[in-house]
Design a protein around this ligand. Structure first.
Ligand code: FAD
Length: 461
């Protein structure tokens, strides 16, 4: 019997570890529920709900293929090596297959498992790479180093994708035995309704296909306007591995065969975003210190944060007085999702206008986002705070009022999320809607203060 160990790869298709496990089958599968670990990782209740739904779809799909899914609850990753070893002995299993992950705790968990297996000499863990388009560590400069700037990294990725990366997704495995009914899975943690997002592979694929058929060609024009539903909304499914980045690019290429040569503006820009995801993952693997809360730019340790708890509370609650920032935080608090443009605006506001450490915002986002993903979240926060790799220059400080005028010109988005608050005031026209009201801090003052604080990042020499 072979064993497939699922983690953030909750899919049957394009799953190299599962594919190989079943080729060598018959196969069984295992999944560890780790409540304390997830709490330590600030996994949002809405993502727990999506995870539970995705696991049940996976479990059903595995059952149809005659694969038993064993779900075992332990507290943290530290408990896994012993539990896995015990399970394997009980079930007479020697070969375990899994897809690697990019985060530090996850990498250390796998090392601990491999060390234990080496000691007892009875089992082996084989890791496959299924999360990125290209293996982290394989997109390098001519000097053999990780790129420090996104555009050359992207160009190198495009070349590799054109020349040698096989994007063909792995097929779902064949049946391993008679169909069975796997028991349904409940995760005993706080959950928040996630039904707005697909949890099955087929629904996720349909969402992707709908986006490719009807929206991606206008992506470059519409993606920055939060009132339009113009982005794919695939983030939550990518974060849990219900779909892979490879599948996204493969199906995009089916519709736009000259995509990798830079033809078709909307699809090219969308592919760029998938490559930002790739960039942050590669950075994380090659710089594990980032996974431990460090600034990418070591000079950033000299930034003096004000860290006012009161200001942080107002930001979290969407009560800064800046309509776009407040509406965005309401979107996050109510729906578990926030538009990318607004993530940039809110992160910039917290770190630059309020001088609050980006790690506070990173944590708050992770606690609430349905697509919470360590590498992309950390990358986004360090980009906005100017502490990251190829980050926003420190002197670029978004003016939240101008951002509002530009990206929500009629205040449509603001009116959706601040409706209750606006009803208590006299009617505002499309110009007035963007203006701060009882603001927590005045923009010009905040800008000057931030320039001073962030000047420690000034390039020297
Ligand atoms: P689309 O626009 O359709 O893009 C397709 C996919 O590409 C996304 O689903 C995502 O996987 C990837 N992607 C898009 N933009 C980025 C980006 N800038 N960086 C990395 N990957 C990207 N993304 C997350 O997946 N999880 C997070 O926790 C997260 N936190 C963020 C925090 C901040 C402060 C910022 C500025 C950005 C963050 N992002 C995060 C990136 C981005 O905002 C979301 O991926 C995007 O809004 C998701 O919407 P979508 O699925 O419709 O994306």
């Amino acid at each position: 019997m072979q064993l497939m160990w699922f983690r953030k790869d909750l899919r049957l298709n394009d799953n190299p570890a599962l594919h190989q496990c079943c080729l060598n089958g018959p196969a069984a599968a295992i999944y560890f529920v780790t409540p304390s670990q997830w709490q330590q990782h600030d996994v949002a209740p809405i993502q727990i709900d999506l995870m539970q739904r995705a696991l049940n779809h996976l479990s059903h799909g595995l059952g149809k293929l005659g694969i038993v899914l064993h779900v075992i609850e332990v507290e943290t990753f530290a408990d896994i090596p012993q539990q896995l070893s015990k399970f394997c002995k009980q079930h007479n299993i020697t070969n375990i297959y899994a897809n690697s992950e990019v985060e530090v705790d996850e990498i250390n968990r796998d090392i601990a498992v491999q060390q234990l297996f080496n000691q007892n000499g009875q089992q082996s863990l084989q890791l496959y790479q299924a999360d990125c388009l290209i293996n982290p560590g394989e997109v390098l400069t001519q000097q053999g180093e990780m790129y420090k700037v996104f555009t050359p990294f992207k160009n190198c990725c495009l070349k590799l994708l054109r020349d040698r990366v096989n994007l063909q997704p792995y097929p779902a495995p064949t049946a391993q035995g008679k169909a069975i009914e796997n028991p349904s899975i409940t995760i005993a943690l706080d959950k928040k309704e996630s039904s707005a997002w697909p949890a099955s592979e087929s629904d996720t694929y349909q969402l992707l296909q709908k986006f490719i058929d009807f929206q991606v060609e206008d992506y470059h024009q519409n993606r920055d306007f939060p009132a339009l539903s113009a982005t794919s909304q695939l983030g939550p499914c990518l974060a849990l591995g219900i779909i892979s980045a490879k599948q996204c690019v493969y199906y995009l290429l089916q519709a736009f065969p000259t995509l990798l040569d830079g033809n078709a503006t909307g699809p090219v820009i969308w592919l760029n975003e998938i490559l930002w995801r790739e960039f942050y993952r590669h950075i994380m693997v090659l710089n594990p210190r980032i996974g431990k809360g460090e600034n990418y730019n070591t000079k950033a340790k000299n930034i003096i944060w004000l860290n006012s708890k009161q200001d942080f509370k107002a930001w979290c609650a969407g009560e800064t007085g800046y309509p776009l920032v407040d509406a965005a935080m309401q979107q996050l608090n109510q729906t578990g999702w926030m538009h990318n443009r607004l993530r940039m605006v809110c992160a910039s506001f917290l770190t630059k206008h309020l001088l609050i450490d980006w790690r506070w915002g990173e944590k708050y986002f992770k606690q609430h986002l349905v697509d919470g993903d360590f590498a992309s979240n950390n990358g986004g926060w360090q980009w906005a705070a100017s502490t990251g790799c190829d980050a926003q220059p420190y002197f670029r400080i978004f003016n939240p009022t101008l951002q509002s005028q530009r990206f929500d010109p009629n205040g449509k988005f603001i009116r959706i999320y601040l409706n209750n608050r606006l009803q208590q005031r006299q009617a505002l026209n499309d110009k007035q809607i963007h203006q701060p009201f009882e603001a927590i801090v005045e923009h010009k003052f905040a800008r000057q203060r931030a320039l001073l604080s962030f000047s420690v990042l000034k390039a020297t020499g």
